[in-house]
Design a protein around this ligand. Structure first.
Ligand code: 1CP
Length: 336
């Protein structure tokens, strides 16, 4: 069994260790930027199975990491559900106007067919990856996808839910269809050879308090329940919910939980039980002095030395990160 899966399955086992980084395949790597410059359309790049597999393996070839995360994007799901998705340079993603009728009309077969190149990329990568290493599949959690699909997030990262009420949009109807199709996407990725799934709820911190149960906890819980039934090792990342990590963990019961950089690791060790902890280190620490980066890393390694812990960051690697810093951090962790 691959290293990461073993840790997630044996929650109470020996404090075995593992290391990988969110956004380890991406813009901070010159070898990625080279491919990217020759492929202007990001969605098409994600649908190029050979290139997607090559990009997935780039950080594995360069560094001594334990897991590969498939090169794709959480917005491939809205794409497969009929929205046009555009990535505008230095601005981020832009989706075409959401159409409820078209969205509800997409069937499972059509959805899986559109994402077939992603599954092929997983198959290709699995064959090339050392058996001890995990291949991580991922999805965006329903709420985070909705923020993009319905364009409810302003540039200042504020949420305008009134807009949805005014437009008479029934969020529960959208959530339910997303949950169903996200489970299909997980299943397809696992059948193609992935052995762990990470669920990114990157904008969970923007859910208003009164909606957190309905829009964040319950949708994540339903997806994790599906994983549990199908013995799929899972990691949740409800970024930005602060002390509500505790309630999230109690309700959702994932195998693993990724800490963001605002969560105090000592608090997490005390409050988050029956779950494997992952991540936490602020990716900005890789941009300052090497000394401060290693001090930051030491804090997490020390605190979690006697429990199963997966070394990772509190969010993805930033595009301006120096790959040599990443290398130093991994070497430091290995030696520790
Ligand atoms: O312009 C470029 O070259 C594209 C940059 C890029 C990359 C490398 C985007 C655009 N997506 C990705 C790949 C990606 N996205 C991966 C696989 C690579 C890896 O992790 O090694 C993964 C797991 C994601 C997931 C993702 N996409 C998330 C969740 C994680 C997170 O960072 O919070 C989110 C929110 C997205 C949306 C997205 N994709 C890309 C951008 C610029 C954004 C918007 C982010 C934002 O709104 O701030």
């Amino acid at each position: 069994m691959s290293n990461l899966r073993k840790i997630l399955v044996n929650k109470k086992g020996t404090p075995c260790k593992s290391i990988w980084f969110m956004r380890q395949a991406g813009r901070y790597l010159p070898e990625f930027r080279k491919i990217r410059s020759q492929n202007q359309n990001f969605i098409e790049l994600c649908l190029n199975s050979e290139l997607s597999s090559e990009i997935t393996l780039q950080p594995i070839k360069r560094f001594d990491l334990d897991s590969a995360i498939i090169f794709s994007d959480i917005l491939m799901v809205p794409y497969a559900l009929g929205q046009k998705v555009n990535f505008i340079k230095n601005q981020g993603p832009e989706l075409s106007q959401f159409n409820l009728h078209n969205f509800l009309d997409v069937n499972e077969k059509e959805f899986s067919q559109k994402l077939d190149p992603v599954y092929k990329a997983i198959e290709i990568t699995k064959k090339k990856l050392n058996k001890e290493k995990s291949l991580i599949a991922f999805i965006g959690a329903p709420w985070t996808l909705i923020t993009y699909m319905l364009n409810v997030k302003s540039n200042k990262n504020e949420i305008n839910l009134e807009k949805l009420t005014e437009e008479n949009i029934n969020i529960n109807q959208i959530l339910n269809k997303l949950i169903k199709f996200l489970c299909i996407h997980i299943d397809n990725q696992i059948n193609a050879g992935a052995d762990v799934v990470q669920i990114f709820d990157s904008w969970a911190g923007l859910v208003p308090d009164k909606n957190i149960k309905d829009y964040c906890f319950i949708p994540n819980a339903k997806i994790v329940e599906y994983c549990r039934k199908n013995k799929i090792a899972n990691i949740c990342f409800p970024k930005g919910i602060k002390k509500k990590y505790e309630e999230f963990n109690r309700i959702v019961e994932p195998d693993g939980i990724n800490l963001d950089y605002d969560v105090d690791p000592l608090w997490a060790k005390d409050k988050l039980k029956n779950v494997v902890l992952q991540g936490g280190l602020d990716p900005k620490k890789l941009l300052i002095s090497e000394k401060e980066m290693l001090e930051g890393a030491t804090k997490y390694i020390q605190i979690f030395k006697d429990i199963p812990y997966v070394f990772n960051l509190g969010h993805g690697l930033l595009p301006e990160t120096d790959p040599d810093r990443v290398k130093k951090l991994i070497e430091f962790y290995r030696k520790y």
